[in-house]
Design a protein. Structure first.
Lengths: 297, 266
């Protein structure tokens, strides 16, 4: 009897403690999501009252070339960026994991740019990509190559944004480095005694042990890449010729430049479904390739 | 071999900074000179005061600092209590609710930005900092998760002893857990500062009055208004990066700690 009342009090305390978060989820997440589902069936410019249009916003999407373009741009960029982040971030982490004097300084240098993301990060690269006086084309000219116009050429603009994002590889690298540091030493020692080459040790010991970290970072990177906004808005504003019209940028334009709130709400729901599906696919695939050490026992 | 690669990599990562610094010290006629003068002679330091008074960057910095400060207070006060409850208190439905925390952690901001705008507009909050700060007091899933993971690593002995001595949950949280959690709280504060300092989309949507711009908005406004003067732009970019870079250099281990906590035990 006494014990029961104590645990009931504990439950009450628990709900009291999480009350702010619970209210936040209702008011700032679930509520708005339901409202936006409702809105996606309306036409609304914020000025006159919303009018019900059924599925017309979703039908409009199917025939909207810019919607398809924004999907294509975002998907292409994701396919380009996620693998480079995996390989580049992992290589950088392996370098950062070396036992060398002054290694802490190198770690700082690699990590620093990724904490500076934002408009300044983009502006620096716009200057590096400047067709005539930018560092990149000046350097290319030294070896006799006439560089492209990067951000102002529809053929190279997306690749330029991708190159720019590589400056932020440090974030992924630090996650992988944390994974490398937390590995038990015995397995590597055993591999060494058995005469494994460094490559074999990496391929058959390090990599499998790192798969949970890779998995975590893959999910994170898919979600964030699909939300790319600042770099496209600042560097190219979706141009030239919509070559960098990212999905979220298009969503922003529909909502806050054209005030098509109904259509924007529909786009937001489509974004939500795409990200959910992708995440679920990755999570589903995890059984096949993610190795959890605890699962052996 | 590794050292060579490290040096080459470090050079690649540092070159944009050097290029930015070098360009920021050039007079206007020298900036487009080919081949570029890597060390401007003489360096034109006047670019800095000139760029920073073209638009009121000091004001933008204060605005951003204020928003960051309020957001940090919001996150620390709300997330700590919520995370403690998820880590230590037993209640029916707790695990299901924690799944909701994880699910909302994955929810991208753009998905809710349209209905949130409508909500804040109906409250009359557009053009104030309230949409950027008030939600922080209702907790953030990422930091709830991070602090919960941290609380789980702490031994329960101290709390048990305190409970036997008659301490209630509030006292345990305040006198025992918070002092122990200082490193994790520092991480939350730093991540929040970083996110607020670099945030662009939310200020772009909600702040329309130049008086209340944040640094990212100010820099974007500066860029579109004076787009031809790259020396000024580089000076302004460097200055807006500086506070974040300094905070990072001084508190690097807390950043790493946060990444380890959220990344490893997921």
């Amino acid at each position: 009897m006494v014990r029961r009342s104590v645990s009931r009090r504990e439950a009450l305390t628990f709900y009291l403690c999480i009350a702010p978060w619970l209210a936040g989820v209702l008011f700032f997440v679930l509520g708005p999501m339901l409202v936006s589902l409702g809105l996606s069936f309306t036409r609304w410019d914020l000025l006159s009252p919303p009018s019900f249009v059924g599925l017309r916003n979703y039908q409009r999407m199917l025939n909207d070339p810019l919607f398809w373009q924004s999907l294509k741009v975002t998907a292409t960029y994701t396919l380009l960026y996620v693998p480079t982040e995996l390989i580049g971030g992992l290589s950088l982490a392996l370098l950062m994991n070396q036992r060398l004097p002054g290694i802490a300084v190198f770690r700082t240098i690699f990590y620093l740019p990724s904490v500076l993301s934002g408009v300044a990060f983009v502006v620096v690269w716009m200057w590096i990509f400047h067709p005539e006086a930018g560092l990149l084309n000046v350097a290319l000219a030294y070896i006799g190559i006439t560089g492209p116009r990067w951000l102002t050429d529809p053929h190279t603009a997306l690749s330029a944004l991708w190159m720019m994002s590589l400056w932020g590889l440090g974030r992924a690298a630090v996650i992988y480095l944390a994974g490398l540091k937390s590995m038990p030493k015995e397995l590597h020692e055993a591999a060494l005694i058995d005469g494994a080459t460094p490559w074999q040790t990496f391929r058959y010991v390090t990599l499998p042990l790192l798969t949970p970290t890779i998995f975590f970072n893959l999910v994170l990177s898919l979600i964030t890449t699909f939300q790319t906004f600042t770099s496209a808005f600042v560097a190219t504003n979706g141009g030239p010729l919509d070559a960098t019209l990212f999905f979220v940028l298009y969503l922003y334009q529909q909502a806050f430049e054209r005030f098509s709130m109904g259509y924007a709400a529909a786009l937001a729901w489509v974004l939500f479904l795409i990200i959910m599906t992708l995440t679920l696919l990755v999570v589903r695939s995890a059984d096949r390739w993610v190795y959890y050490e605890g699962a052996r026992h | 071999m590794a050292l060579t690669l490290l040096l080459a990599g470090a050079a690649l990562f540092l070159i944009p900074f050097l290029w930015m610094f070098s360009s920021s010290l050039k007079p206007e006629y020298e900036i487009f000179a080919v081949p570029p003068q890597l060390i401007p002679n003489p360096p034109r330091w006047a670019n800095y005061p000139e760029a920073l008074t073209f638009v009121p960057f000091g004001r933008y910095m204060l605005n951003t600092l204020f928003i960051s400060g309020v957001t940090i207070i919001g996150h620390l006060s709300s997330c700590t209590v919520v995370a403690y409850a998820f880590a230590r208190l037993r209640a029916p439905g707790r695990d299901a609710l924690f799944l909701v925390v994880l699910a909302t952690m994955m929810l991208p901001y753009p998905v809710t930005m349209v209905p949130l705008y409508i909500l804040f507009q109906s409250l009359g909050w557009v053009n104030t900092i309230l949409p950027l700060t008030v939600p922080a007091f209702f907790g953030s899933p990422l930091y709830i998760f991070l602090l919960r993971q941290f609380f789980l690593t702490l031994p329960t002995d101290l709390e048990d002893a305190a409970r036997i001595d008659g301490a209630n949950t509030a006292q345990i949280l305040w006198y025992i857990m918070l002092p122990l959690a200082r490193p994790a709280l520092a991480t939350v504060a730093l991540f929040t500062f970083q996110a607020t300092w670099n945030d662009f989309l939310a200020p772009l949507i909600y702040l329309h009055n130049p008086q209340s711009y944040t640094v990212t908005l100010g820099l974007q406004f500066f860029r579109t208004s004076y787009t031809t003067n790259w020396a000024y732009l580089m000076a302004a970019s460097l200055v807006t990066m500086l506070p974040m870079a300094l905070v990072f250099l001084l508190a690097q281990r807390h950043f790493i700690k946060g990444i380890t906590l959220t990344g490893m035990k997921g």
